[in-house]
Design a protein around this ligand. Structure first.
Ligand SMILES: Nc1ncnc2c1ncn2[C@@H]1O[C@H](COP(=O)(O)OP(=O)(O)OP(=O)(O)O)[C@@H](O)[C@H]1O
Ligand SMILES: [Mg+2]
Length: 282
């Protein structure tokens, strides 16, 4: 059976996902500080906008003004999309305090009230006809009350997947932590992608690994990753091994590379067919 997929458009990421993220998946984007979670989330949304898929960014970590600046930093101009009602930031950061916050359309007044958040989010998704959502970060929602983590994730998942969206939930973990954000969260989500930074001999190496992704085959290797002025690039045809104080980067087996390339091509074709069918229904 062909799984309908959302192509992230992040260079190299769709290859290691064998075509993209299965539609309506909630994917945990887990990693330590500075590993690129927020950037990857924004790149996923921006690529969606360019593919006519409206998106919502839920800002729990940064002021909406800083979020917009960060999009601009990578050359991703969201101004037009915001004006046309194809992109929105949900301010779950300021609590509506400050002059800049008063200009925001979607504001969560009680920033620790997940029910208010899910109501505002539902409204925004409906207004925009959104297809992609990024929540940065979900950790903020249960940092002081870990027992509520699973319930919070499930509540958001019901709203987001129920309205036909595909989402990244950013999960913050500490340096050296082995998990992804706690068992309640890890099992509730459909996929887990982990970003890492390893220091070896005084140099930092970035990498990405798909830990789980329901309903699809995915790469089982850790791939090197870069952040550049135009965003994230995954080296899908290479894998990285970090052991002790040695780093090895090697090519993945040729057969696997071929299969990934073919899967990406097929996912691209599937999308075209789908759009055509919708057009015919009208
Ligand atoms: N133009 C650029 N070129 C190269 N690297 C960059 C550039 N801009 C930002 N970075 C890197 O991206 C990192 C920040 O990435 P990001 O904000 O996505 O991290 P994060 O995983 O969300 O971290 P946190 O959990 O602290 O929010 C910076 O620490 C820096 O190393
Ligand atoms: Mg971040």
């Amino acid at each position: 059976m062909v799984v309908p997929r959302v192509r992230t458009g992040v260079p190299g990421l769709d290859e290691i996902l064998y075509g993209g993220i299965p539609e309506r998946s909630i994917v945990l984007l887990s990693g330590g500080p500075g590993t690129g979670k927020s950037i990857l989330g924004k790149q996923f949304l921006y690529n969606g906008l360019r593919a006519e898929e409206p998106g919502v960014f839920v800002a729990l970590e940064e002021h909406p003004v800083a979020v917009r600046r960060s999009f601009r930093h990578f050359g991703w101009d969201i101004t037009q999309y915001e004006r046309e009602g194809k992109f929105a930031i949900i301010d779950a950061f300021t609590g509506g305090i400050g002059a800049a916050a008063q200009r925001e359309k979607y504001v969560v007044k009680q920033v620790d009230d997940v029910h208010e958040l899910s109501d505002v989010l539902r409204q925004a998704i409906k207004d925009l006809g959104a297809r992609r959502v990024v929540v940065d970060s979900v950790s903020t929602l249960y940092l002081t009350k870990p027992a509520t983590a699973r319930g919070t994730i499930m509540l958001l998942k019901r709203v987001i997947a129920g309205l036909g969206c595909t989402a990244f939930f950013v999960s913050q973990i500490s340096v050296g932590e082995r998990g992804f954000g706690g068992p309640g969260v890890e099992h509730a989500v459909d996929g887990i992608i982990r970003l890492d930074l390893d220091e070896v001999d005084g140099k930092l190496y970035r990498s990405i690994i798909v830990w789980k992704m329901r309903d699809t085959k995915h790469s089982m290797l850790r791939h090197p990753m870069d952040i550049e002025d135009d965003g994230i690039r995954v080296h899908w045809d290479e894998y990285i091994r970090v052991s002790g104080n040695a780093v090895r980067i090697e090519k993945i087996p040729g057969q696997e590379a071929e299969e990934m390339k073919r899967a990406v091509e097929e996912a691209a074709k599937a999308k075209v067919v789908e759009v055509r069918e919708e057009a015919e229904e009208e």
